[in-house]
Design a protein around this ligand. Structure first.
Ligand code: PLP
Length: 285
């Protein structure tokens, strides 16, 4: 994945340079998107662009670009069949370090890159993820997809040290979300429970299509927070993200979920999700 995009140019990654006074670097004053690529096609691009524009709007960052074309060009230039495209936008470069924002006409820094990654044949689909829970100590605007990812990064290191796959974060006794995924359970009586959209979670793009597929499978859906005990007593648990798509969870805090195997309905949702997203055109224009 040699070719990257920076402020209008496609160039080798070793030539892409950013100022040390970029606000993304000094203040994490930046937002981003991660789009999955399957069979050389961008998945759910329209929804990713909508969320990117919302994130930019919430932070009053004036950035306009043809996000679809940039992403498609990176896929083509790098001959990417399966993996991820990252779109990154910061408020831009200051003259000198200063908390207050530079003038609104300051050019944003826009860059993007592609990464090859196995999404469909991920071995975790068959074995399921093992999760631990930790307090959610992030800021209270988790609905904006900013590049402030230090806490998520610390939690992933804790998961690694504990010999598990990832962390679900808790606010009191309630689960908010995973470090980089939305968290969901299916209760013993067949209700799919997924945290409601509010400022404590990222509105996942994968979550939207997952919920549509669950409804078409005639599962009852409740959008509300669930507790750690509910999760431990659930029949199935899973996460959604552009990187993991729909991924089963088989253990939470050392407690086996269901029979300890990836859930059947989770598997069906994953299958239906994959079929659905590959039918949708990746752009509308
Ligand atoms: N929640 C968090 C904190 C994330 O970082 C992500 C993705 O990176 C998600 C949820 C899942 O979002 P999406 O399905 O749009 O990838």
């Amino acid at each position: 994945m040699e070719t990257v995009y920076l402020n209008g140019d496609y160039l080798p990654k070793s030539s892409a340079k950013i100022s040390i006074f970029d606000r993304g670097l000094l203040f994490a004053d930046a937002v981003y998107e991660v789009v999955s690529v399957i069979n050389g096609r961008l998945i759910d691009m329209v929804r990713h662009i909508a969320r990117l524009e919302r994130s930019l709007g919430e932070l009053s960052i004036n950035a306009f670009a043809d996000w679809s074309s940039i992403s498609e060009n990176l896929v083509a230039e790098n001959d990417l069949r399966e993996g991820l495209v990252y779109l990154q936008v910061s408020r831009g470069v200051m003259d000198e370090r200063e908390y207050r924002w530079p003038a609104p006409d300051t050019a944003p820094t826009i860059f993007a890159f592609a990464q090859s990654r196995v999404l469909i044949e991920n071995p975790m689909v068959d074995r399921g993820m093992r999760i631990i829970t930790r307090p959610d100590l992030r800021w209270q605007r988790c609905d904006i997809k900013t590049t402030q990812l230090l806490y998520a990064s610390l939690m992933k290191m804790e998961a690694m040290a504990a010999g598990v796959d990832d962390v679900w974060m808790r606010q009191g006794d309630m689960i908010s979300e995973g470090t980089s995924q939305n968290a969901h359970i299916i209760s013993e009586d067949g209700v799919l429970i997924s945290h409601q959209l509010d400022r404590s979670i990222l509105p996942g793009v994968t979550r939207i299509e997952m919920l549509a597929q669950a409804l078409s499978m005639e599962l009852t859906v409740e959008e509300r927070a669930f507790s750690i005990d509910e999760a431990k007593n659930a029949a199935e648990a899973f996460v959604t993200s552009s990187t993991l798509l729909i991924m089963p969870v088989v253990e939470i805090d050392g407690h086996q979920i269901g029979d300890g195997q990836p859930g059947e309905r989770t598997g069906k949702i994953r299958q239906n999700y994959l079929a659905a997203v590959q039918r949708v055109p990746s752009r509308t224009n």
